[in-house]
Design a protein around this ligand. Structure first.
Ligand code: LGS
Length: 441
């Protein structure tokens, strides 16, 4: 299919994971519970009834996992820290044993020459803070800044980048909008207020980290998509415009322009958030990089039932349309609208119903998916978008939130009964592809 695309030698090639999805060790060494521990242990919340108690047991098997990454030849590893591992209640005492785990992980990565890209918040709020009102409580933003400052102070010099949040859109819209994710609230007004507190917490955390003089590049990771109208009808077009405003610009404009997009703010009406006088000043703080997670486009149809995209390239095991062109379009749109810092594609990948056949896992569909998206991102790069790296989601099959373990995103297969890791064809392919990108190494 797609031809080989040569990237510059300085381009960063990585893989990504997050704490709750792989670590396990749910109560190990003083870790406090997070909202995902609570949520996943509540019957009916996760499709297969599973939880993150053991997950990929990465908490104990991290040396093996780092060795796998080293074998793949990646430059960089994106992972998240579990806040309640290092601060069990989300406020008050730090847990030294929790920091010690990340210290060991970083040492392992350093020994293999793999750069660490850390996310501070990948959805696992300490339950102690949820008990105080969670992200609906403005105070949580200040607790987050304390945590960010402490991580930067301890580890800043060993980290290439620190992202405050992963996909605050998901926390707000899935955690508080439709109850699919922890903490499981379905209330539009609350979800919009939560999105504001998440943005505020990002700005406060940036300042707390700057204050300790960390050498790491500081930024945020946003899930983004283009929004296409299904037809030329005025209703579909208006829907697409609103979708882009409420999802992409809603998180970008405060950071880059110090305000919410008018269209979305108007549309939210009485559900618009309570904003304090200095909030935008706190949020609009220069970031060193922007992480973009891209999986699919939004397809907007005002009809009942809504029109579905043709999905010429098919859909993934999540039912998501494969639409690499949307990545090029998105990046060009962002460049036209904002004064952007360098971009990392911090997540891209697909769920596939992978099975082991005679010891092999032939996930050719995933290779095709990644190749097409790399081509799409290179098209944007050639048109002037400053893209510094690509992180494939995910290194390992893992706990896919409310889908449990049934959906497999890894380039490495995990047998959850034995914790055995097996490289899929895509992992072998990625290794060879990276060798071609940098034959000198
Ligand atoms: O595993 C997650 C991956 C899988 O697909 C990861 O933890 C997240 O950071 C990220 O959200 N991931 C992901 N995203 C696809 C789009 C998310 C928005 C869902 C909208 C519902 C229609």
């Amino acid at each position: 299919m797609t031809d080989f695309t040569q990237f510059p030698p300085s381009f960063t090639w990585g893989v990504a994971t997050s704490a709750f999805q792989i670590e396990g060790g749910a109560a190990a060494d003083g870790k406090g519970p997070s909202i995902w521990d609570t949520f996943s242990h509540t019957p009916g919340k996760v499709i297969d009834g599973s939880n993150g108690d053991v997950a990929c047991d990465h908490y104990h098997r991290y040396p093996e996992d780092v060795a796998i990454m080293s074998g793949l030849g990646v430059d960089a590893y994106r992972f998240s820290m579990a806040w309640s591992r290092v601060q069990p209640q989300g406020k008050g005492a730090w847990n030294e044993a929790g920091f010690a785990f990340y210290d060991r992980l970083l040492s392992e990565l350093e020994a293999k020459g793999i750069d660490a890209h850390v996310t501070l918040y990948h959805w696992d709020l300490p339950q102690g803070l949820q008990d105080d009102g969670g992200w609906l409580n403005r105070d949580t933003a200040y607790r987050f800044a304390d945590y960010a400052g402490e991580v930067a102070r301890r580890f800043g010099s060993r980290l290439k980048t620190i992202a405050t949040h992963n996909e605050p859109w998901c926390t707000a819209n899935l955690g508080y909008g439709n109850a699919q994710f922890a903490p499981g609230v379905a209330d539009l007004k609350q979800s919009i207020q939560v999105s504001h507190h998440l943005l505020l917490s990002h700005g406060l955390a940036m300042q707390a980290m700057r204050a300790v003089g960390s050498s790491a590049q500081l930024g945020i990771v946003l899930n983004q998509w283009t929004a296409d109208a299904a037809t030329d009808s005025a209703a579909d077009k208006a829907m697409a415009e609103f979708e882009y405003a409420r999802s992409v610009q809603w998180f970008m404009d405060p950071i880059f322009k110090g305000k919410y997009p008018e269209l979305a703010l108007q549309g939210h009406g009485d559900n618009a958030p309570v904003i304090h006088a200095n909030d935008f000043k706190d949020i609009q703080h220069k970031i060193d990089f922007l992480g973009v997670n891209y999986y699919f486009r939004a397809y907007c149809s005002a009809e009942t039932p809504p029109r579905q995209p043709e999905a010429k390239l098919g859909t993934t095991d999540m039912g998501w349309e494969i639409f690499p062109d949307g990545l090029t379009e998105l990046l060009l749109k962002l460049k036209a609208e904002y004064d952007l810092p360098p971009i990392y594609i911090t997540e891209n990948g697909m769920a596939n119903p992978d099975v082991i056949v005679d010891g092999e896992i032939p996930d050719e569909a995933r290779i095709d998916f990644v190749l097409r998206h790399l081509k799409a991102l290179n098209d944007a790069r050639l048109q002037g978008v400053d893209i510094q790296g690509y992180f494939l989601w995910s290194l390992l099959d893992n706990f896919e939130w409310n889908s449990g373990y049934a959906k497999r995103f890894g380039i490495v297969h995990v047998d959850y009964a034995t914790q055995q890791r097996t490289l899929k064809h895509s992992a072998h392919w990625y290794r060879e592809y990276l060798l071609k990108q940098r034959p000198q190494r």
